[in-house]
Design a protein around this ligand. Structure first.
Ligand SMILES: Cc1cc2nc3c(=O)[nH]c(=O)nc-3n(C[C@H](O)[C@H](O)[C@H](O)COP(=O)(O)O)c2cc1C
Length: 183
């Protein structure tokens, strides 16, 4: 099994990365896994050119192509995103925009496809106490999965997370949930 864990925060050493590292630590021994943080990549804004509607190829040349290849190669994706202004961080929204060549949004247009059978698990976290922002982020990831024809297989979210130290108390529940996911 191969698992790509995407940290959709711009930060590769924050609370999101901590959650992702805990999940990676308990993956079955025969798993090949890699953590990728969007903040470590150069992914430029979609410029709305729309030629990808016809060509199924993006005109921009940056780290997006290699990220999409890694995602295609993986059997399972784990995507974790913190709330920034009650929504996904800008880097993650840019990533989603740049997936348009793969999107089945318009049934009359051709699109690229990931290999079939891919699953995705979604994780959201926020500093505030109410779940609603986390639920919105999970829905955003689910929406992306729908249009990429990836099965959304599960989710978890965490409120009251201000920094990575807040993850210490959650380690057991993260491990328990991810063991369920990858049993
Ligand atoms: C620019 C910015 C905006 C944020 N906006 C929100 C918000 O609207 N609601 C919230 O609950 N937390 C918000 N937070 C807090 C983050 O969700 C929280 O600190 C999270 O743990 C950050 O994860 P990270 O360190 O992996 O990026 C914001 C943080 C930043 C940096």
């Amino acid at each position: 099994m191969s698992v790509l864990l995407l940290n959709a925060s711009p930060k590769n050493n924050g609370a999101t990365q901590e959650i992702i590292k805990i999940i990676q630590s308990q993956l079955p021994s025969n798993t090949v896994s890699e953590i990728v943080c969007l903040g470590d990549l150069t992914i430029n804004y979609c410029v709305g050119d729309k030629s990808c509607y016809e060509t199924c190829t993006c005109i921009l040349n940056d780290d997006m192509a290699s990220l999409l290849k890694k995602m295609n190669d993986a059997d399972t994706l784990v995507i974790a995103a913190p709330s920034y202004w009650a929504d996904v961080p800008g880097q993650f929204k840019v990533f989603i925009d740049r997936c348009t060549a793969y999107s089945n949004t318009n049934p009359n247009l051709a699109h690229k496809k990931f290999k079939s059978g891919k699953k995705c698990y979604a994780i959201a976290l926020r500093a505030g106490t109410r779940p609603i922002e986390c639920e919105h982020i999970i829905q955003t990831i689910e929406h992306w999965c729908d249009h990429m024809e990836i099965a959304m297989a599960g989710s978890m979210y965490f409120c009251s997370i201000n920094n990575k130290n807040d993850i210490d108390n959650l380690k057991d529940s993260i491990l328990e949930k991810s063991r369920e996911w990858f049993k």
